[in-house]
Design a protein around this ligand. Structure first.
Ligand code: HEC
Length: 166
């Protein structure tokens, strides 16, 4: 009989005779296979400890590299245009059509001459605001009482090019 087998048998019988689970588990913990495992676990622990101690600089380097990539991806996602905005910006706007869209939809609040009424003056707005901001302002509906408009990309491009003439 191999030592491990006899050991198991002993612990089993010990458990059945005394009915003590604690004794049973203690016996199990001391089984030869686990005794053989212990040095291995110990050296694994030592290995990890030494890696941690010696390669901390590499760890930090890797960590900052990871953080860098994360930030880059995050900023990239922020800079990426949504499909609507990308479509608007890819189109060439018609100022005259933009002017009539403005007269119909915007002049009541921003003034016939875009010099401001309920809404602020839009003179020189394109020097204060980015294209993306203006598109978001018109389509976002985030600043009541200005309503949310849903111009198709060409109409938005037309409006944008008109606003740039103000
Ligand atoms: C019901 C009135 C109303 C209408 C109609 C309206 N706006 Fe406005 N708009 C406002 C008000 C009020 C603000 C100020 C919002 C705020 O920032 O609190 C504003 C702000 C803006 C701004 C931002 C200006 C800046 O300097 O930040 C832009 C650009 C703009 N409107 C464009 C338009 C365009 C283009 C249209 C037509 C498609 C339009 N608005 C129609 C009321 C209106």
């Amino acid at each position: 009989m191999s030592p491990s087998l006899s050991d198991t048998t002993q612990s089993r019988s010990g458990q059945s005779s005394t009915g003590s689970w604690v004794e049973f588990e203690q016996k199990q913990l001391q089984s030869p296979s686990q005794q053989r495992l212990q040095p291995f676990l110990k050296s694994l622990q030592q290995l990890l400890t030494s890696i941690w101690a010696q390669k901390t600089r590499w760890g930090l380097a890797l960590l900052s590299l990871g953080l860098g990539i994360f930030t880059w991806a995050w900023l990239g996602a922020g800079a990426r245009l949504d499909p609507y905005t990308a479509a608007v910006l890819s189109l060439e706007g018609q100022v005259s059509h933009g002017a009539s869209l403005f007269a119909l939809n915007c002049a009541a609040c921003h003034g016939e001459e875009a010099d401001g009424r309920v809404g602020p003056s839009l003179r020189g707005v394109s020097s204060r605001r980015s294209d993306r901001f203006i598109i978001q302002q018109v389509t976002g509906g985030k600043t009541p009482p200005m309503p949310q408009f849903q111009p198709d990309p060409q109409e938005m491009a037309d409006l944008l090019s008109y606003l740039k003439t103000l």
